[in-house]
Design a protein around this ligand. Structure first.
Ligand code: KG4
Ligand code: ZN
Length: 348
């Protein structure tokens, strides 16, 4: 019988509980503390940890109810062991271990970043081997080679400075848009002209040296300069045009590198993941460029792109199916867990 896996996600400001049976998604409950952070313009770690504590049991109950299951039906537990905010991770890891002991089921400490890439299996079925994953979130931007069914991923490249989501959030702040900035820029950009301002494409001239890497700090500085110059001269800042132009620059760089990685590795399949993959322009541009290059692109629905428990359960389901040993009960929460670390604490 296919295992029922409960996934717990608490790496940032979303408490996510997902339940899957193999690749079948049974529940995906999310409690977000984003409103509590908004007035600070960013996630406040201590506030996030406390919110996870309060949300954990109700979210578990809601997930079981919406899956029509009891906790005793769960065969294995997967939890984000990193990367993320350590105080937040600890809440999820402790909950997973307690449930593991209480229910007598194995616990897998898994990599949040892998979850962002493999979550698409819950929507579109098994990933092709090999697939190039473009992972773009608030803390990470990487191009990953996903090459087998046991959730091992290899980093081909990553951002040299800010993550794509961070760039969206910082630019939104400059424009006086609310936090989190990505959705706000996406919305503002709808009324703007993406060709209004030619913002820099980071590392554009350095393809040879950085074929699959990104850089967004120059973009952020360019936007700051552009906006400040307008403000100094008393002109109104055309928020929609700036938002559309910034979004265009970010989507351009990301999709350019994605297509290059597919072409160079011969991978005919690509998948997007992470909160920024919810961006409408990135989705459209990736679809158009991949189609032109003969690459089959898969993009999970926006609710599976941002942090959630189902993505963690999806990694757990792969590990269980592949017979990978569980983590035991002494694995740590690791805020800096590297891309490619498959399961924390197992296989020693
Ligand atoms: O993956 P995620 O939910 O959390 C992390 O693991 O970081 O990503 C959050 C990031 C934030 O920076 C947020 O601004 C960005 O994803 N984001 C978006 C959109 N929705 C969320 N960025 C651009 N466009 C969007 N529609
Ligand atoms: Zn994430």
């Amino acid at each position: 019988m296919t295992a029922v896996v409960l996934g717990i996600e608490t790496s940032c400001d979303e408490t996510g509980i997902g339940i899957v049976r193999g690749r079948e998604l049974l529940a995906n409950e999310i409690a977000s503390s984003v409103d509590e952070h908004a007035r600070f313009g960013g996630v406040v770690p201590e506030v996030a940890s406390r919110a996870h504590l309060e949300a954990m049991v109700p979210a578990l109950e809601r997930a079981c109810a919406s899956a029509g299951l009891r906790l005793s039906d769960v065969d294995a537990i997967a939890v984000t062991a990193g990367p993320g905010l350590v105080g937040s991770l600890i809440v999820g890891v402790a909950a997973a271990k307690a449930l593991g002991v209480g229910l007598g089921v194995p616990v897998y400490g898994v990599n949040h970043l892998t979850g962002h890439v493999v979550v698409d299996e819950l929507q579109h079925g098994p990933l092709a081997d090999p697939t190039i994953g473009l992972l773009v979130s608030g803390g990470h931007s990487s191009l990953l080679l996903v090459s087998d069914d046991t959730s091992s991923v290899t980093a081909l490249g990553q951002t040299l400075d800010d993550a794509a989501g961070e760039a969206f959030d910082k630019v939104a702040r400059l424009l006086g848009l609310p936090f989190p900035g990505g959705p706000a820029i996406d919305a503002a950009a709808r009324d703007g002209d993406p060709t209004a301002i030619a913002f820099p494409r980071g590392l554009a001239g350095e393809r040879d040296r950085y074929p699959y890497d990104f850089s967004f700090s120059g973009l952020k500085t360019a936007v700051a300069r552009w906006v400040t110059a307008r403000q100094r001269s008393g002109e109104t800042v055309p928020v929609a045009d700036v938002a559309a132009s910034v979004q265009e620059a970010i989507a351009d760089v990301l999709t350019d590198r994605l297509v290059a990685a597919c072409r160079d590795t011969g991978a005919g399949h690509a998948v997007l993941g992470g909160g920024v993959a919810a961006n409408s322009r990135l989705r459209a541009m990736a679809a158009a460029r991949c189609e032109r290059a003969g690459i089959e692109l898969r993009v999970p629905r926006p609710g599976l792109c941002t942090d959630n428990g189902a993505m963690v359960a999806a990694v757990g389901a792969r590990l269980v199916a592949a017979g990978v040993p569980a983590s035991g009960l002494d694995f740590p929460a690791t805020s800096t867990l590297a891309v490619g670390t498959r399961v924390v604490g197992g296989e020693r």
